[in-house]
Design a protein around this ligand. Structure first.
Ligand SMILES: [Zn+2]
Length: 403
């Protein structure tokens, strides 16, 4: 009895600690930019809303390092409550020589389970060596009247693939550049994506853990912007080709609006289908994937981009000859699970011998290795993910859905 009273006394004195409500979301919208040659993070707005579309298990462990992390800790005890790794287009921009002298900004959104007490939300960006390069701290209190409560937006949508899992992996498929009159075509495109991705190992084996919802966000005009053709259109997420001067790199700058659309579906995994027959796409870990919906290669490209956004998988392709990218320092083991510099190979996939590795990957012909000759993350012709990617995706699915 004395022990129980002591514990009760301690609980009253210190509180029982903050926990994460699985039924509400804290959303933080940030601006990422460069000031005086250094990356900076600024908070634009924090809101809370009912429902939580992310994982309900393994909240305090990160499955991968990512290029950045959002971390929530108990303000009093410092205990880690939630961590989510991610990558950003902003950090790809920082890899371009001279970018630190240009005053541009990028939107970023982090969604975390709503803490039921005082908490600290940190947004961290890592440099190419994995060290913290930039940090932003927000102190959250349930009593803070400036964190307003918003409703989840109401957008026409259809659940295309339902899950009866207790905490399913919820994916929002967003329409980009489809007019109201083209929504049947969007739903058709979204169904094709679901069929395609669930046709791959390991997704097919875990299909019952996924929920896919198609969100019919209408666009004023039909198509997306193609700057190299002089075409600019006003679409919900502002998607355009020619990102960083690469014609095929299709990205969307309006991240806040994108997340608002995904919020309608209660999802944190985002696949954007762009209503265009121009070849291209892009995928950013725990941010979003975007693909042109009407090219002959849409199936493999969409799954490749989903491999980036859902799995954090690296590109396994590379350019012969001159190294044109400095994304991966060769003396650091990349956190991405499907390429290695051999700097810390023991942390990577199991290979019976070095002969099972192939040189070239992560945009470099030399010094970076992949686990198989071909893979969905290397070419559109590969019929499947390689063994390293498949094993990792299975690990990711189980991490998101199992204790
Ligand atoms: Zn692979």
């Amino acid at each position: 009895m004395k022990r129980i009273l002591s514990l009760l006394f301690l609980a009253l004195m210190y509180g029982v600690g903050v926990s994460m409500g699985a039924d509400s979301t804290l959303r933080l919208d940030y601006v990422l930019g460069v000031s005086a040659g250094k990356p900076v993070i600024m908070l634009h707005e924090a809101v809370k809303m009912p429902g939580w579309g992310g994982r309900c298990v393994n909240l305090d462990s990160a499955v991968a390092q990512g290029n950045g992390q959002v971390r929530v800790t108990d303000a009093r005890s410092g205990k880690l409550l939630y961590v989510q790794p991610f990558s950003t287009l902003f950090q790809e921009w920082l890899c371009i020589p001279g970018s630190d002298t240009v005053g541009v900004s990028f939107e970023h959104t982090a969604e975390v389970p709503l803490p039921d007490g005082d908490a600290v939300v940190e947004l961290l960006l890592f440099d190419r060596r994995g060290d913290v390069e930039c940090r932003h701290v927000t102190r959250y209190s349930p009593a803070d009247v400036m964190v307003r409560e918003v409703k989840r937006p109401s957008v026409p949508m259809t659940v295309l693939h339902e899950s009866d899992h207790q905490s399913p992996i919820s994916v929002a498929i967003l329409a980009e550049g489809y007019t109201e009159a083209e929504m049947e075509r969007f739903y058709d495109d979204a169904r094709k994506f679901v069929d395609e991705v669930l046709g791959y190992e390991p997704f097919c084996r875990y299909a019952d853990r996924f929920r896919f919802t198609a969100v019919a966000l209408p666009s004023g005009g039909s198509g997306v912007s193609i700057p190299h053709d002089g075409l600019w259109l006003d679409t919900p997420m502002g998607s355009h080709f020619d990102t960083f001067g690469m014609e095929r790199y299709l990205t969307a700058p309006r991240i806040w609006d994108m997340y608002t659309a995904a919020d309608a579906a209660g999802a944190v995994h985002i696949m954007v289908l762009a209503n265009t027959d121009e070849y291209g796409g892009g995928g950013i870990f725990n941010s979003y994937a975007l693909t042109a919906a009407h090219t002959p290669q849409v199936g493999p490209v969409a799954v490749h981009e989903f491999g980036h956004s859902f799995g954090g998988l690296a590109d396994e392709y590379f350019y012969e000859g001159e190294v044109i990218d400095d994304t991966y320092p060769l003396d650091v083991e990349p956190w991405e699970p499907n390429i290695t510099t051999l700097a810390d190979f023991g942390s990577k996939w199991e290979a019976d011998s070095a002969s099972e590795m192939y040189e070239g990957g992560g945009y470099r012909a030399k010094g970076i290795y992949r686990a198989a000759y071909d893979c969905r993350m290397r070419t559109n012709e590969s019929p499947a993910f390689c063994k390293a990617c498949s094993a990792w995706l299975e690990r990711m699915i189980r991490y998101l859905t199992e204790e």
